[in-house]
Design a protein around this ligand. Structure first.
Ligand SMILES: Nc1ncnc2c1ncn2[C@@H]1O[C@H](COP(=O)(O)OP(=O)(O)OP(=O)(O)O)[C@@H](O)[C@H]1O
Length: 325
């Protein structure tokens, strides 16, 4: 990591309790260095937007400390806001204005704004200048939101689900723009449900669950910390106990759902080889065999399931107790 002097976003022990007592953010700490792109992932309702709004200075935290560019974004808003670009989950532009009128209005409130035509071109809306916001598609509105967020050439960019509703081309174009901004030195914090987006863009990421950060680090490190998966159908007439001892194959967890066996392991080659050698020797076919090395998606699902289990909610998978060895 970097020295404290380079931290553009610095958050410690952040809590947010809504009126009514629900605690949506439960002691979140994170930091983002200048020029870094940080992705905040999480299950629905994990607290990503609630956290982001505190960093954007839209609300005061119940407890904890937020610094953006060295200032408190809520109490020192006037010092932070002009240097920050924000794309909310839902933009709220007047529906009767055209795209160009909206951009001009926004430019009027933005210090150091780039030419509005340039901002519209950046997001592929150059040809839609004269169209009313009302008549834009959902994806085009998302692009307009992004154009307004980058209008002031911000030092810090907060993007809340920037590509939701975009087609594949729009998503790739957005990634390109975000990458360019990062390469020019902009610090970016984005939330997303698209794991591919985080893998493509993020220098580091955090996965939130129920208000807390359940995992954090570089993409490769988060993935490497989680097991690979093997699944297959138990051959007819065979039971879990007929397989080689799972512990000796390096299997750390196993589930049986109907006849489908799912194994987790940090030693994929050893486990897969052991199973195949056994199947060959027994003269059986492992139908539906699927061998999957760890991926961000697997890591995400694993973390969500672990976190659910640790908070006492039921896991989706049926745990098989038969072959615990
Ligand atoms: N104004 C509010 N009052 C009470 N509870 C709220 C309020 N806003 C959000 N919440 C609750 O806080 C929790 C976190 O919501 P938040 O929108 O931050 O999650 P999220 O991770 O962004 O979710 P999603 O991925 O679904 O957008 C949810 O349980 C939500 O219902």
């Amino acid at each position: 990591m970097t020295t404290n002097a380079e931290l553009v976003i610095d958050v410690e022990g952040l809590r947010r309790t809504y009126a009514g007592g629900f605690e949506a953010v439960r002691s979140v700490s994170l930091s983002v260095a200048r020029g870094e792109l940080f992705a905040l992932l999480g299950t629905n309702g994990a607290g990503k937007t609630s956290t982001l709004e505190l960093l954007e200075g839209l609300a005061a935290p119940t407890a904890g400390r937020v610094r953006v560019l060295g200032h408190d974004p809520y109490t020192q808003r006037s010092q932070v806001r002009p240097r920050v670009g924000v794309m909310l989950q839902e933009g709220g532009f007047p529906s009767q204005l055209t795209v160009l009128e909206t951009a001009r209005m926004w430019a009027g409130c933005t210090s150091g704004a780039r030419p509005v035509e340039e901002a519209l071109e950046l997001v592929g809306l150059g040809g839609r200048r004269a169209v009313r916001v009302l008549q834009l598609s959902g994806g085009e509105r998302r692009r307009l939101d992004l154009a307004m967020a980058v209008l002031g050439r911000p030092e810090v960019l907060f993007l809340d689900e920037p590509t939701t509703g975009l087609d594949a081309e729009g998503r790739h174009a957005t990634w390109e723009l975000v990458r360019e901004m990062r390469d020019e030195g902009t610090t970016v914090l984005l939330t997303t449900h698209y794991l591919e987006e985080a893998e493509e863009l993020a220098d580091r990421l955090a996965i939130m669950h129920e208000g807390r950060i359940a995992a954090e680090g570089r993409v490769d490190d988060v993935v490497a910390a989680h097991p690979s998966q093997i699944s297959f159908e138990l051959p007819p007439g065979y039971h879990l106990g007929d397989l080689p001892p799972l512990g000796t194959l390096g299997v750390t967890e196993h589930h049986l759902s109907g006849r489908t066996v799912k194994l987790s392991t940090q030693q994929l080659q050893r486990a897969a080889t052991g199973l195949l050698v056994w199947a060959d020797g027994a003269g059986v076919e492992l139908r539906g065999l699927d061998v999957r090395s760890a991926s961000l998606e697997e890591a995400f699902l694993y973390i969500a399931r672990e976190a659910k289990e640790s908070t006492g909610t039921t896991a989706n998978t049926t745990r098989d107790e038969v072959a615990a060895r």
